[in-house]
Design a protein around this ligand. Structure first.
Ligand SMILES: *[C@@H]1O[C@H](CO)[C@@H](O)[C@H](O)[C@H]1NC(C)=O
Ligand SMILES: *[C@@H]1O[C@H](CO)[C@@H](O)[C@H](O)[C@H]1NC(C)=O
Ligand SMILES: *[C@@H]1O[C@H](CO)[C@@H](O)[C@H](O)[C@H]1NC(C)=O
Ligand SMILES: *[C@@H]1O[C@H](CO)[C@@H](O)[C@H](O)[C@H]1NC(C)=O
Ligand SMILES: *[C@@H]1O[C@H](CO)[C@@H](O)[C@H](O)[C@H]1NC(C)=O
Length: 465
C-alpha cells in the first residue's frame, strides 16, 4: 500500500495523474493500423494465467499468427478469416477473430515522468476464446516496413511541486460564470475540495496533459436510412422510468483515480436491475477492480471498456460487501476471499458504434434507451469543478492559480433531455464525487456537439444472469 501510494503521489506530482488513461503509452490509430505478427504461447490455461511473467518466454511460443488491421475496424488474418478490432483509447488494442480475443497494452519504456512509446510492439497480453476458455499469452510486433512510431513524453520532467499546494476555488471565476447570462450553468465553491491539495484534485479529475482525447477521425457516415433510425423519446431518465428508478446511489471515489471503476460498476448495477425488472439490485465492488484487475491500473486509472467490459466478462464482478471500498489499491488481490464471493458476469462489451471512433449522439441515445446507462468519459476543465447546476459547457474560463485542463474523467450516462427555455439539448450524467456536488451528485452537459469530447468514448456491456 505504501509503495502504491508513493507511486501515486509521485505520479500526480508531475501532473500526469489521470483517471481514464492509464499507462504512459500514447499510440494513435495510424500507429497501430497495419500488418502484425502475434506470437502466441501455449493455450489450455484458465484465467489464473499470469501473462506478465509468461508473455515473452520464447520457448513457450506455439505459433506466429499474421494479421492485418484495416480501416475502420476490420482485421484479416493470413488464412483470410475476417474479424474486428478496436483501439482502447491510445493505450492498446483488442482483436476478435475466429472466435478468439487478443488484448494487449502497447509497449513503452521509461516511467510516468519520461516515457517512450513503442507503438509497433505490445507488452505480453491475454488471448482466449470468446467463451473465456483456453487462455494463452501472446505479444505482437508490427511487421517491418510498416512505419513504427516512438514518441517521447519527456517534457513533463522537472515540473514544479505546485501539486502540494492546497487547492483554492477561484471566486472571480465563480462570479463570472454566475453573472454571464450566456452561460447555461452556475458555479459554487466546494468546501471539501478546499481541503485537498492540487495533487488530490488531479487524482479525482484526471489531469494528464500529454494525451489527445479525441478519437481518430474515421469519417463514419451516420446511417441515413430513415428506416433504421428508431423513434426515440424526447426525454429519458433511468432514475424515473414510469416512476421506477433503475440507477444506484451516487458514490464518492475520494482521492483515488478510480472514476473508471465507479463508472463501470454503476453501468453494471443499472443494467442488471433493468434486465431483471429491478429484482436483482446489487452494489458492486470498485475495490475489487483496484485490487484484482490486470486490465487497469488501480488508483492510476483505467477504462470502462476494459473493466465493465473485459474484466467483468473474464473474471466477473463481486459485490461491495465482498471487498468494501478503501480508496487505495492493496498490493495484492486476495484471491481466496474473492473465490468465496458471488460473481456477476457481463458480456458483449463494445464501444458505441462498434469501435473507438464510431460513436455518435444518435447511437448513444439508442443504446441508452434500449439497454440502460452506459459509461462515458469527457475532458474535465477547471471550470467544471465548480459546477453546481444547469447545463454544463466549457466556458474557457480558467483558474488563475491552478489550471486543471486536459483531464479525462469517466462517468455514467443515465439520461437526456431538452431545456426549452434555452433551446439546449443535454445529457444527464452521474458523477462519483458524492451527493453534495452538482445536482445531487449528477450534472447535465450539452448534447449533440461533442462538448468536452463527451460523445467520443462511450462504451457498454450486457448482463448475463
Ligand atoms: C504476475 O507475476 C508478476 C511477477 O511474478 C507479479 O508481480 C504480478 O503481481 C503477477 N500478477 C498477477 C495478476 O498475479
Ligand atoms: C519498433 O520500433 C523501434 C524504434 O523505431 C525499433 O527499434 C524496434 O526494432 C521496432 N520493433 C520491431 C518489432 O520492429
Ligand atoms: C528521458 O529518458 C531518456 C532515455 O532514458 C533520456 O535520454 C532523456 O535524457 C530523459 N529526458 C529527461 C527530460 O529526463
Ligand atoms: C417521475 O416522473 C413523473 C412524470 O414525469 C413525475 O410525475 C413523477 O413525479 C416523477 N417521480 C419522481 C420520483 O421523481
Ligand atoms: C467463505 O464463506 C464461508 C461461508 O460464508 C465462510 O464461513 C468462510 O470463512 C469463507 N472463507 C473465506 C476464505 O473467506
Amino acid at each position: 500500500m505504501v509503495s502504491s501510494l508513493l507511486a501515486l503521489s509521485l505520479f500526480l506530482f508531475v501532473g500526469a495523474g489521470l483517471s481514464v488513461a492509464d499507462t504512459p503509452v500514447s499510440c494513435m490509430y495510424e500507429d497501430i493500423r497495419g500488418k502484425w505478427v502475434f506470437y502466441v504461447g501455449n493455450g489450455g490455461y484458465d484465467n489464473n494465467i499470469n501473462c506478465s511473467t509468461m508473455g515473452y518466454e520464447v520457448s513457450k511460443i506455439l505459433f506466429q499468427y499474421k494479421l492485418e488491421l484495416k480501416y475502420p475496424n476490420i482485421v484479416i488474418d493470413e488464412f483470410n478469416n475476417e474479424g474486428t478490432w478496436t483501439m482502447i483509447y491510445d493505450e492498446g488494442f483488442e482483436v476478435t477473430i475466429h472466435n478468439r480475443k487478443f488484448f494487449a497494452f502497447s509497449k513503452f519504456t521509461g516511467n510516468m515522468f519520461n516515457s517512450t512509446s513503442f507503438c509497433n510492439e505490445t507488452f505480453p497480453g491475454w488471448s482466449h476464446d470468446v467463451f473465456g476458455r483456453d487462455w494463452a499469452c501472446y505479444y505482437g510486433n508490427k511487421m517491418a516496413g510498416d512505419a513504427a512510431k516512438s514518441s517521447e513524453s519527456g517534457e513533463l520532467a522537472g515540473s514544479q511541486p505546485v501539486g502540494e499546494r492546497l487547492y483554492r476555488s477561484d471566486p472571480s471565476m465563480i462570479e463570472k460564470i454566475n453573472s454571464d447570462s450566456s452561460i447555461l450553468w452556475w458555479a459554487a465553491p466546494y468546501e471539501k475540495f478546499e481541503k485537498m491539495t492540487v495533487n488530490d484534485m488531479k487524482s479525482i479529475t484526471g489531469g494528464h496533459n500529454t494525451k489527445k482525447l479525441r478519437p481518430p477521425k474515421l469519417n463514419k457516415q451516420p446511417n441515413t436510412n430513415d428506416n433504421n433510425i428508431p423513434d426515440l423519446p424526447d426525454n429519458w431518465d433511468w432514475r424515473n422510468v414510469s416512476g421506477v428508478n433503475y440507477v444506484t446511489p451516487v458514490r464518492n471515489q475520494a482521492v483515488c483515480g478510480s472514476c473508471y471503476a465507479f463508472s463501470s460498476v454503476g453501468m453494471c448495477e443499472s443494467r442488471l436491475a433493468i434486465a431483471t425488472g429491478n429484482q436483482v439490485k446489487v452494489i458492486f465492488s470498485p475495490q475489487d477492480i483496484l485490487d484484482c484487475s490486470s486490465y487497469s491500473q488501480a488508483c492510476d486509472g483505467g477504462f470502462p471498456y476494459l473493466v465493465a467490459g473485459k474484466y467483468a466478462e473474464d473474471f466477473g464482478l463481486v459485490e461491495e460487501k465482498c471487498n468494501p471500498y478503501q480508496e487505495f489499491e492493496r498490493e495484492t488481490c486476495d484471491k481466496v476471499a474473492r473465490q468465496n464471493c458471488t460473481k456477476y458476469y457481463f458480456t458483449g462489451y463494445q464501444y458505441i458504434g462498434g469501435y473507438f471512433g464510431g460513436c455518435t449522439e444518435q447511437l448513444m441515445r439508442e443504446a441508452l434507451v434500449k439497454h440502460g446507462p452506459m459509461s462515458v468519459a469527457f475532458q474535465v476543465y477547471d471550470d467544471f469543478v465548480h459546477y453546481k447546476g444547469g447545463i454544463y459547457h466549457h466556458t474557457g474560463l480558467s483558474n488563475r492559480f491552478i489550471p486543471f485542463e486536459w483531464s479525462n474523467h469517466a462517468v455514467l450516462l443515465v439520461g437526456y433531455g431538452r431545456d426549452e427555455k434555452t433551446k439546449t439539448n443535454y445529457w444527464i450524467i452521474k458523477n462519483s464525487w458524492g451527493e453534495e456536488w452538482g445536482e445531487k451528485g449528477y450534472f447535465r452537459i450539452k448534447r449533440g456537439t461533442d462538448e468536452c469530447a463527451v460523445e467520443s468514448l462511450a462504451s457498454q456491456t450486457f448482463p448475463i444472469f
